[in-house]
Design a protein around this ligand. Structure first.
Ligand code: OGA
Ligand code: ZN
Ligand code: ZN
Length: 714
């Protein structure tokens, strides 16, 4: 799928923090990016930003993104700009450097291609000098991190073209941003002037010894900063005026404008003493955390705030919400068509289809012949294959090819006639690396911010309505968890819900299990002690896929449930401790459960990945660990790695706490999400959960069948 308005090719000049952020935003929206940066280390740095952005953006929008574009590092600005549909320059803030890059791009880019500059301090008129097509230059000033923050200030210079401004605005909107068009060129534009005013005041406060660096930041982040995340200064002050509004506010505070509350133009001298103080206080504030760690923290916070705002549908939350909606619609409405009059290029051993989005798909002759689904090749009733694949001539080739707007029809050299392939089917089976990876399931990895907006759905809807059922099944698949609310508190209700999706998977604990404090427990869950985050039945070759826990009674004090996204934990480890991550992917951890009638054992690594590095499953359960079987030099590193996984899982950033009420059913992907519970006091009342499992095969099968039905309806 392509998203409307996203340029096919983007040329980026400069791959620093801002250029890397642009690369991420464009690539994630399906544009092929050519990036020029003279720094030989740029590919590594930009690669890290894109990897980071991929996770953060997916968590932010929680909607299907288009197939990712490619990122290519090129040797000259000309290579970046030639053939590009949009050019964005993000070089250091030096007029000569920027002008050189811009004029070199200007010389080769198509005349209507916009060249935007990320500058925060230089004026567009100054950047236009020396250009052949100065009217195409606009400032597109973004905010760091470019891949998360929606704002981009758009400002044209003295020579201006409304069409260029419109194109820049449309491009930024297409990648989920909120362009703000400024009609007047002014140093610092609008946003930086505001930031600058506060920054200068802040420097005075440090200079005069009034406040420290971290006191000033606290004054922002615990107060006005929170308001600013949804409303600007004017709307906030309007509210401060109460019912009487802005006029009243100005009457009250107008006179104070004469008071010495700020110094604005008068700036403190940057003496050695002031600099030393700033650096020392800033180091202390960072508390030894690296820039990478602080960036990850900042992104987590931004995602949390914007996800929260999304539930209100206001401010940046509205922008994110509308963009997510657009992404979902684009994914649904996508109908493939061939370019031109159906260009089919016969090749040596394959046929290449060229799609109107520009994408090319190559299909090997033997593969195409093997996938004929005529009634001779596929049994029309069972849909199983009749064709003897291994009797096909390895050099079988099309004798005649013809394509209309829906179908490719082929006659073959082996005499087989009239193989018909739907174009939509062919598009779905494009086997290029990009398409294969975009077909991988996309899970939204979450941390503690999930608590602000728990995925929930009504029991009655899921039971009665297939649309609600599909939404439920998809939520558990992408988010790993959903809360079904208002279920009847009788024991049949859970089975009714679960069998909407599939067969119940029985285990050694039976088809269903009662989680209660028992006199003779065979499982710590059946006591009242705390259960630290774990996945269930890790001692099986295939642990059950989805777990349902239905709360029937919750009278006991304590016993809150905990949830942690194991994929999120794996992301953190991969970023912070790659060696630990690798160890947890490699070392099989033995697990065992045994009682009077069973002795079930299996060993597997904590993290299992697919061949493209995405996660397949998480298996983590301290209570069921059997003695590690390791060479002695691996013992300590393995314990340390397991402890680190556990610590991240139980950190405030990772763990979501939820108190289940009678009628709540917590449903979660047991091979991804860790669950647990706090200790409870059985003396203070009863606690009773009913549990069961449904396997992943059933889950995904039901999801596909429901989607198929929904598509047939629309
Ligand atoms: C379990 C379990 C959680 C709870 O039974 O495996 O983790 O809330 N129970 O008691
Ligand atoms: Zn056939
Ligand atoms: Zn459990």
């Amino acid at each position: 799928m392509r998203l409307g308005g996203v340029p096919r090719r983007v040329g980026l000049l400069g791959g620093g923090v801002i250029g890397g952020g642009w690369a991420a935003r464009f690539v994630l929206h399906g544009a092929d990016v050519g990036l020029y940066d003279p720094d030989p280390d740029a590919p590594r740095k930009v690669g890290a930003v894109v990897a980071h952005a991929r996770l953060a953006f997916a968590r932010l929008v929680a909607a299907p993104l288009p197939a990712e574009g490619t990122l290519t590092f090129v040797a000259t600005p000309e290579e970046a700009a030639a053939g590009a549909d949009f050019v964005q320059e993000s070089a250091p803030e030096r007029l000569d450097v920027k002008r050189t890059l811009i004029t070199r791009a200007d010389a080769v880019a198509g005349p209507s291609v916009v060249i935007a500059s990320s500058t925060s301090g230089l004026l567009p008129s100054g950047l236009q000098e020396g250009m052949v097509h100065p009217e195409r230059l606009v400032v597109g000033h973004p905010f760091n991190p470019v891949y998360l923050l929606p704002l981009v200030e758009v400002c044209a210079g003295a020579v201006r073209s409304a069409a260029a401004i419109d194109r820049a605005v449309a491009t930024y909107r297409a990648v989920g941003m909120r362009p703000l068009v400024l009609h007047t060129e002014i140093d610092g534009f609008v946003a930086d002037r505001l930031l600058e005013a506060m920054w200068r005041e802040a420097l005075w406060l440090v200079n005069d010894g009034v406040a420290t660096v971290s006191q000033i930041d606290d004054a922002i982040r615990f107060g006005a900063g929170l308001r600013w995340s949804s409303m600007g200064t004017f709307l906030v002050y309007r509210l401060a005026g109460g019912e009487a509004g802005m006029r009243h506010f100005m009457e009250q505070f107008g006179p104070t404008l004469q008071w010495p509350w700020t110094k604005l133009m008068d700036v403190p001298e940057l003496t050695d003493d002031l600099l030393d103080r700033l650096v020392a206080q800033s180091d202390e504030q960072a508390g030894g955390r690296s820039i990478r760690e602080l960036e990850a923290l900042r992104d987590d916070c931004l995602v949390a705030v914007m996800r929260g705002l999304q539930t209100v549908g206001f401010g940046a939350g509205e922008v994110v919400d509308q963009h997510a909606q657009r992404l979902r619609e684009a994914a649904q409405a996508f109908e493939p068509a061939l370019a031109g009059d159906g260009v089919v290029e016969p090749g040596d051993h394959h046929v290449t289809l060229i799609w109107d989005e520009g994408h090319r798909s190559a299909f090997h002759h033997l593969w195409l012949r093997d996938n004929c689904d005529c009634s001779e090749c596929v049994h029309p009733q069972t849909r199983e294959r009749l064709l003897d694949t291994f009797a096909l001539a390895p050099d079988v080739a099309p004798e005649r090819l013809c394509a209309d707007s829906e179908t490719l029809t082929v006659d073959w050299t082996d005499g087989h006639r009239g193989s018909r392939y739907a174009l939509s089917w062919l598009r779905e089976h494009c086997s290029c690396a990009q398409c294969r990876s975009s077909r991988r399931p996309r899970h939204r990895h979450w941390g503690a911010e999930l608590a602000a907006a728990l995925p929930e759905i009504d029991y009655a809807d899921v039971v009665a309505d297939d649309v609600a059922l599909l939404r439920f099944v998809e939520t558990v698949w992408t988010d790993g968890v959903a809360f079904v609310r208002r279920a009847p508190t009788c024991e049949d209700a859970l089975r009714t819900l679960a069998t909407r999706v599939g067969h119940v998977r029985a285990t050694n604990f039976g088809p269903e299990f009662h989680v209660e404090a028992m006199i003779e427990p065979n499982n710590v869950a059946y006591t009242s002690v705390e259960l630290r985050p774990h996945t269930d039945l890790v001692n099986h070759e295939a642990p059950p896929g989805v777990q349902f826990l239905h709360c029937l009674v919750a009278d006991a004090p304590g016993g809150a449930s905990t949830l942690v996204d194991g994929f999120w934990v794996a992301d953190r480890l991969r970023e912070r401790a790659p060696d630990t991550f690798r160890l947890l992917c490699e070392i099989p951890v033995p697990y065992r459960f045994h009682d009077a009638t069973h002795d079930l054992r299996w060993a597997a690594p904590v993290i299992s990945c697919n061949d493209d590095g995405t996660y397949r499953e998480i298996r983590f359960n301290n209570a069921l660990m059997a003695p590690l079987e390791l060479p002695v030099d691996l013992v300590a590193p393995t314990y340390a790695a397991l402890a680190q996984f556990d610590a991240i899982a139980r950190s405030a950033q990772g763990e979501v706490g939820v108190r289940l009420q009678p009628g709540d059913v917590m449903v979660f992907h047991n091979r991804r999400i860790l669950h647990g519970r706090k200790a409870f006091d059985p003396g203070g009342g009863a606690r009773h959960l009913l549990g069961l499992y449904v396997d992943i095969d059933e889950w995904r099968s039901t999801m596909r069948v429901l989607r198929r039905r929904e598509e047939a309806r629309t």
